[in-house]
Design a protein around this ligand. Structure first.
Ligand SMILES: [Ca+2]
Ligand SMILES: [Ca+2]
Length: 505
């Protein structure tokens, strides 16, 4: 009887909480995510290969920079340096550490207000995964095995099918090389395995979600089937751990990315803003009307994805790094301002490790995954196969000591996004977009702020502000600072000013 009474009281409280927080609970809580290639980040045991204890030792740095979420590229046992071919989804590659290290990393990150997600690579396994080994052994011996249906085998050659040595069978492989056989997502046992893997990482290790690799390849060429599969993953994760965060890699055009939001997955990487041809770099290359062009392109994104949480980024482990796409090796202001434009977008902003110090990397994959440049003494070995090793800007330690460095500029941006949560979570309204001057309002509930930006690399500009706001954060790429005279704001070249309501006197 007493127990029922307590349960009833809890029920009432929950209803009350839902009524009070109903609106807010649904609001996305956006973060400043930081993508880490563990191998190239920080070594802890002297073998010059980055590892999980190394990442733990850098959590204070990550927190101080204002990143409040980390995405670890694959950490599972794998025969490759990149580890996107997994041989065991339920452990950690010994090069990187142990499950206990991963648990400690998660606890230590949470203690610093940092969320943790890991890559979940379920389009394919490694050739050496026990599932594939058992399936191919059965085929070689002419036996049946339930594991054969974990993959797509057939007895005739076809595009994206690879011959299985010693047999007349072929297996599906969407990613070249012969080492990454595609899983069969229709197989119910495969689905149960994926669910078990997600449960293990979310609830036994305690991480906060996943970055879903290659979601358009689950069912290659069939977006509807991929979206349905993702919907199921979203529902399962929500049951396994309410509030878990999922971000998908859908390397497609804006309309296709927009469709994938129907799956309910929180975010999809916004490829149309990234890289040299993406709209941040291409807008900054224009000779005039940069603010107008940015507003048009950004509005197109908001129109295409009106309710989804965006996940913009400049570059990642598969793309050239931002300094290259911006032609910024000798142009620090443009590199800074591109980071500024990125960070004034809504949603979850993703920063690839090393971007905060302007690392460069293009061409083959290992070139894009160079050792983090902490200082000249403290670096991991480079990944195998690099053809270029270049660092265009100073090390972390040197940039920490320089108030005008890219690192300190990125830090200001991250902290502005934390101090003004409406930047990431608010509704956007363009108040002014003319020439190179942009003024936006971001409103979140009762709160709002203005974001004023000057996209010109050389000329100052002015804009008139509604109301009589005051400058809250002033994020400059150069020595000049913004000036507010009544309702007229003067913005130096490549500058960003965040304005808030004047405090009531
Ligand atoms: Ca190591
Ligand atoms: Ca597939």
């Amino acid at each position: 009887m007493k127990r029922n009474f307590y349960l009833f009281m809890i029920f009432l409280l929950l209803i009350q909480a839902a009524a009070v927080f109903g609106e807010d609970v649904k609001e996305a809580e956006c973060n400043n995510w930081y993508e880490i290639f563990v191998r190239s980040y920080q070594d802890s045991n002297g073998d010059r290969i980055g590892d999980l204890p190394g990442v733990i030792s850098r959590l204070d740095y990550i927190r101080d920079m204002g990143y409040n979420g980390i995405w670890l590229m694959p950490i599972h046992p794998s025969p490759s340096y990149h580890k996107y071919d997994v041989t065991d989804y339920l452990s950690v590659d010994p090069e990187y550490g142990t499950l206990a290290d991963m648990k400690r990393l998660t606890t230590e990150a949470h203690a610093r207000g940092i969320k943790v997600i890991i890559d979940l690579v379920i389009n394919h396994t490694a050739l050496g995964h026990p599932w594939f080994a058992a399936a191919s052994k059965a085929l070689r011996e002419g036996r049946n095995s339930p594991l054969i249906d974990y993959y797509h085998f057939q007895q005739y050659p076809a595009d994206k099918y690879v011959s299985l040595d010693g047999t007349d069978w072929y297996y599906e492989e969407q990613f070249s090389g012969g080492g990454m056989p595609d899983l069969n997502p229709d197989n119910e046992d495969v689905r149960a395995q994926i669910r078990f893997i997600m449960d293990f990482w979310l609830n036994v290790i305690g991480i906060d979600g996943f970055r879903l690799d290659a979601v358009t390849s689950y069912y290659s060429g069939d977006h509807e089937a991929n979206i349905e599969f993702l919907h199921r993953i979203r529902e399962e994760c929500e049951l396994l751990k309410p509030g878990s965060f999922l971000v998908g890699e859908c390397w497609e055009s804006l309309p296709v990315i927009a469709r994938y939001y129907e799956s309910g997955i929180d975010s999809f990487f916004l490829f149309p803003v990234s890289q040299a041809e993406g709209f941040i770099a291409s807008t900054l290359r224009l000779r005039s009307k940069r603010a107008e062009k940015f507003a048009d392109r950004y509005q197109a994104v908001l129109d295409a994805i009106p309710d989804g949480v965006l996940a913009p980024f400049l570059g990642n482990h598969d793309t050239g790094r931002a300094v290259g796409s911006l032609q910024g090796r000798k142009n620090l202001p443009v590199v800074k301002f591109a980071e500024g434009v990125l960070n004034m977008m809504q949603g979850n902003v993703f920063t690839y490790y090393g971007e905060e110090i302007g690392m460069v990397g293009s061409g083959n994959d290992p070139n894009k995954r160079l050792a983090m440049y902490w200082n000249d003494g403290d670096m991991t070995d480079q990944p195998p196969g690099i053809t270029a090793e270049e660092y265009a800007y100073p090390s972390v330690d040197d940039q920490l000591a320089d108030p005008d460095s890219l690192l300190n500029y990125c830090k200001k941006l991250n902290h502005a996004r934390i101090s003004y949560p409406m930047i990431a979570n608010g509704r956007n309204e363009f108040l002014h977009a003319e020439g190179d001057i942009l003024l936006m309002r971001r409103a979140l509930g009762e709160n709002s702020c203005l974001i004023a930006m000057n996209f010109s690399p050389k000329e100052s500009g002015t804009c008139l502000l509604p109301g009589t706001p005051v400058i809250g954060a002033d994020i400059e790429t150069g020595p000049d600072t913004a000036m507010l005279d009544g309702d007229e704001l003067t913005l130096p070249p490549y500058s960003i000013v965040i304005l808030e309501k004047a405090p009531a006197s």
